[in-house]
Design a protein around this ligand. Structure first.
Ligand SMILES: Nc1ncnc2c1ncn2[C@@H]1O[C@H](COP(=O)(O)OP(=O)(O)OP(=O)(O)O)[C@@H](O)[C@H]1O
Ligand SMILES: [Mg+2]
Length: 458
């Protein structure tokens, strides 16, 4: 630790000199004044990290300086120094915000420790503020398109209620972000937000995860454990990837939702909790129900209000704002000066279909920030780093021929269709409306094809 600025306020010149020498030897930048007015004036003019303030200052005392700091909102940490121990004086200094209090004679190590602790506390506070800012940025739903405006309106409306919500959308569209926003804007904001990824938990463990277990419920259950339903009491339970639950778990979740009660594994006692349930999936639940993989009764219980999150390609006008947002976020995260993309590069991003949606864009921006050194990133640089999911891997001629022989008419047709769509889109500079007209298909159908074939501007 070095380079931090310390101001000494002390009328005794000998003590002042000793303190100055000790701190300068340890790499601190030191200023020193004896007079009350000089100390206060200096604090108004210059920023220092620490004020080492003696109760003895000319034309006043340390308490007057402390009060002035407080009243003027000056950001400095104060360590008081006194030549006598007076409990009242110490308490009053601490109440006025002094960080520590040293009483003469004190060993140098005590001074050193006080200064170090003070700086460490300041560092932690700054770090905390930074983290909070970053979390805030990360939780904002960014976008100015009509689609996002409508989405935000829906969030405001449903947040006020207690109703169950089903969030539907492709991968990476922001379903979790939306679930969190609903919780934050609801009356339950002070309560917990508990997330369960139903796809990530093995079916034989999910019941335990959701409802908890009693001690001795099964081998290895040495302690009683709360499940996620219970942890979400007074808050929101976010069941993500709900389309991936087994039918068996679906039955149990249905029961818990219907009655508002459940039992821990190994117990027959009914537990009641006050939890709002928000669910999300990228699966088409109607199709899942038709195929017998999702319970109809559960679908209707969960789906009181549905929020559809549009894919990024359907709100491509949001790309520039999202790009700026992610540049700000990652540059702050990596403590780098703010970078940006040249307009031409942003246009290239707007001509892509984004099968991985906002997450894919976010990952690309993070990669760009890490892998570029200049502050303005050109289109060429972007293209050299951007690995779009559209390019077919190169294969050897032999493999290619054997694959040609193996593939059927359907695949050949698909390849023809993909090439034709790509050509028409290129011809029209990726104007989707015009290309749809040329191809004599509906625009929405063309968007679907772009997604299916993962097409992008070459
Ligand atoms: N509109 C948006 N504004 C800002 N960031 C966004 C937006 N939409 C998504 N993101 C960010 O993109 C990432 C993916 O979002 P999120 O995890 O909410 O998507 P998801 O729909 O739950 O995806 P998956 O289905 O793959 O789980 C997150 O880091 C999120 O913060
Ligand atoms: Mg998710």
């Amino acid at each position: 630790m070095a380079g931090e600025k310390v101001l000494i306020g002390e009328s005794d010149k000998k003590v002042q000199k000793q303190l100055r020498r000790y701190l300068e030897e340890r790499g601190y930048v030191v200023y020193a004044y004896s007079d009350l007015h000089d100390i206060i004036d200096f604090l108004h003019e210059k920023e220092v990290d620490i004020l080492l303030l003696s109760t003895n200052v000319s034309n006043g005392n340390g308490t007057i300086v402390l009060k002035s700091i407080r009243n003027n909102g000056i950001a400095v940490d104060v360590i008081m120094i006194s030549d006598h121990e007076n409990a009242e004086e110490i308490i009053s200094a601490m109440k006025l915000g002094a960080f520590d209090y040293l009483i003469h004679p004190f060993p140098n190590a005590r001074l050193s420790l006080a200064v170090k602790n003070c700086i460490e506390r300041k560092r932690l506070i700054i770090e905390n503020i930074e983290l909070r800012k970053r979390a805030d940025i990360q939780e904002t739903i960014v976008g100015e398109s009509q689609e996002i405006k409508t989405l935000k309106e829906s969030i405001e409306l449903v947040a006020k209620t207690n109703s169950r919500i089903l969030v539907l959308g492709e991968n990476g569209t922001g379903k979790e972000l939306i679930a969190r926003a609903i919780h934050r804007k609801s009356e339950r904001a002070g309560g917990p937000f508990i997330e369960v990824n139903c796809a990530a938990i093995p079916p034989n463990l999910i019941e335990n995860e959701l409802f908890g277990h009693t001690k001795g419920a099964f081998t290895g259950a040495v302690n009683e454990q709360k499940g996620k339903f219970m942890r979400a009491n007074g808050g929101t339970l976010f069941l993500d990837e709900i389309g991936d639950m087994t039918l068996e778990t679906q039955a149990k979740v249905l029961h818990a939702i219907e009655d508002g009660t459940f039992q821990k594994v190994g117990s027959t006692n009914a537990i009641h909790v006050d939890t709002r349930i928000i669910t999300a999936t990228n699966k088409n639940l109607i199709e899942e129900m038709r195929a017998g993989r999702f319970r109809e009764d559960l679908y209707y219980r969960l789906n009181v209000v549905t929020i559809h999150v549009p894919p990024l390609r359907a709100r491509i006008s949001d790309v520039p704002i999202l790009v700026n947002h992610f540049f700000r976020y990652f540059c702050r995260k990596y403590s780098l000066p703010l970078k940006s993309l040249e307009t031409e590069a942003i246009h290239s991003l707007m001509r892509y279909s984004w099968p991985g949606n906002v997450r894919e864009l976010k990952n690309l921006i993070e990669k760009l920030i890490i892998m570029t050194s200049s502050q303005k990133i050109s289109k060429d640089k972007l293209m050299s780093i951007w690995e779009r999911k559209t390019k077919m891997p190169k294969m050897s001629e032999k493999v290619q021929i054997s694959q040609e022989l193996n593939r059927g008419l359907k695949e050949a047709k698909e390849e023809f269709e993909r090439d034709l769509i790509q050509k028409i889109l290129e011809k029209n500079d990726w104007n989707v409306a015009k290309s749809a007209k040329d191809l004599k298909i509906a625009r929405t159908y063309l968007y679907k094809k772009i997604q299916i074939y993962n097409l992008a501007k070459i």
